[in-house]
Design a protein around this ligand. Sequence first.
Ligand code: GLN
Length: 192
Amino acid sequence: MPKVGVLALQGDVREHATMLSQAGAEVSLVKRAEHLEDIDGLIIPGGESTTIAYLLTTSGVREALDKKIKDGLNVLGTCAGLIMLSSGIEDGRSDQWSYNAIDVVVKRNGYGRQIASFETDIVVKGIGQVPGVFIRAPRVVSVGSDVEILATYDHGDGEHPVLMRQGHAWGCSFHPELTNDSRVHELFVKSL
Ligand code: GLN
């Protein structure tokens, strides 16, 4: 059984842990650098990317995780987690940093503020239709050629990627943990 960590500094930690158990993984919570040692994969949950970035730095996890990601650790970032894995951030704080693991530029709160949250059906390659919960979600505004797009969504202005991976690093604009459908987590767990 693969062991998957959930970065437990801020965000939907418990919900991801529940989904991972359903998807057949052993779950561990990652709060300190040493917790990264014996995991096969890691989920970076949604929340607030500026806060997660701050807590990664103050907890001492930032550098250790950077090294792990560069060494090929399987990571899935959802919502704010996708922002943390991106290569570029629009509308970020001036000092906002990211791990540069997926060659995408994301625009924070890129689906507009008025209808900041919505739910819609998303068709995922290899799975089919899953419910997609978007909460002040980042919008992928540009994608590099090495990124495999697993799902797109048209919010009325053309298709934009909402689930993608670049090798071992996966990103999801929506919140797969806030439904009762664990197939996105299964897809990640099966890749480990
Ligand atoms: N808007 C948040 C950010 O910029 C992300 C929202 C979320 O993770 N639900 O970090």
